[in-house]
Design a protein around this ligand. Structure first.
Ligand code: FES
Length: 162
């Protein structure tokens, strides 16, 4: 073999290697695209269900809650208050920017830790920046049990008398 033939062979080997590399790269890209498409297709088969807590729930028997009591229901983000007028359910979510308030038993106020709003136990704003009282929620008596519906907001003067 002469020098030109040797050079041509070396070039052919390099070409073949580059071709193989590009073929492997192309195969990898197609495989990745196929895998992505397959995953998307399989995910499409499963429904996008949002599991949320039910909006209606039982709190308990009215006779078990003495007058002058505020019951904190942290999971449902609800306060249940019994005063001399009756029962009131209200959201624990602050009307300013939606932080979760907490009841301070020692001061008998509902306090928002985010910006310092305070609410009376009937939900009225004691000091801002909260612009509105805590909304009252639907409260009914069903089969002797108090039932709150967090999906239904009622007027501020709604009180359940038992
Ligand atoms: S979110 Fe409650 S005071 Fe701002």
């Amino acid at each position: 073999m002469n020098l030109v033939d040797d050079l041509q062979l070396a070039l052919d080997d390099r070409e073949r290697t580059r071709r193989e590399f590009l073929a492997a790269l192309g195969l990898a890209a197609v495989s990745m695209a196929g895998l992505g498409t397959s995953v998307t297709a399989v995910r499409f088969m499963w429904p996008e269900v949002l599991f949320e807590a039910p909006t209606r729930f039982r709190v308990g028997r009215p006779e078990d809650i003495p007058v002058g009591t505020l019951v904190v229901l942290p999971e449902q983000r609800v306060y249940l208050v019994r005063d001399s007028a009756g029962f009131v359910a209200m959201t624990a979510v602050c009307t300013h920017l939606g932080c979760l308030t907490r009841y301070e038993a020692e001061n008998n106020v509902i306090f928002c830790p985010c910006h310092g709003s305070r609410f009376a136990t009937d939900g009225a704003v004691v000091n801002g920046p909260a612009p509105r009282p805590l909304p009252r929620l639907a409260l009914t008596l069903e089969n002797g049990l108090l039932v709150v519906d967090t999906a239904v907001v009622v007027s501020r003067d709604t009180v359940l008398t038992v």
